[in-house]
Design a protein around this ligand. Sequence first.
Ligand code: KG4
Ligand code: ZN
Length: 340
Amino acid sequence: MRVLGIETSCDETGIAIYDSVKGLVGHTIYSQIELHREYGGVVPELASRDHVHKALPLIEEALKQADISKADIDAVAYTAGPGLMGALLAGASIGRSLAWALNIPATEVHHMEGHLLAPMLEDDSIQFPFLSLLVSGGHTQLILAKALGEYEILGESVDDAIGEAFDKTAKMLGLPYPGGPEISQLALKGNPDAYKFPRPMTDRPGLDFSYSGLKTFAINTFNKSDKSYQVKADIALAFQTAAIDTLFIKCKRAIIQTNTKQLVVAGGVSANTYLREKLTQLEDKLSVTVHYPGKDFCTDNGAMIAFAGWLRLKQIEDHQPLSFTAKPRWPLSDLTSPSK
Ligand code: KG4
Ligand code: ZN
């Protein structure tokens, strides 16, 4: 079965073709980062318009990479939420229309389920149940993934998501959007003894996170400083260390609590080098294996949507009606197994 995946939930148009025998045979992406950079964040209206322009040429390109034609596609999977309403509608309407025209099934995919399953694209040692840490621009969640579609949220951020805190702190330091990679680069020049930032919510039981206080701490520290390049690097380092140490502490707790042997880390922040270094300590201390998506599949992409769509479609004879919805807010815990 060949599944065309369409991702348009935010500022990346991601198109991919997943072949159940050969694996990923087509993978194209267009990032709108330059378009939004001058505004310091994503402008929803511009994002939707750009998805409309880019999706069809990218589909043509993915078909060319796979050396197939539209008629060889067996199903379409598109991101139905969560995300920006207009951006989601662009992908959903293209996906549904294509499926209707080709008379093939189309299935909606939850964006975060896509992220959560992305490490499985290249690593078949990952088996349910496992513990998942989802860290992106909109989510910070610890999830017990029991089976496909069966996700128990063990903890999540009570305010800002970790990626959002990286982006806002970066903006305050005068760094371009998206701030995560910028902070981690600048942090390389920081002095580890300059500042120590708090590790929010680690002094109480539970698996929830909070990142807005840490972001405010960084802003206040910056405002009281001489705002030199070195201070910015020191703040970037102190912020990154505190943000990631907090994830480490909660992951350790969750591993002990669930007695899991596999931790799967996904979402844009999973690209962070310090996060990966730090979580390696868990492998030694708690004998768990830690899995990450391949480098092209950490941030938003169509491959994770095609793959999640295929996992769902192989369990169901699904030919959803032509009418569809996009769900800007859609808790992962609302999903169900495709066979139910
Ligand atoms: O998963 P993603 O591409 O989009 C959402 O679904 O949100 O994640 C984007 C987020 C942004 O906040 C970005 O700053 C962050 O991931 N990010 C990073 C790194 N690369 C991307 N944060 C920290 N370190 C990185 N290397
Ligand atoms: Zn994402």
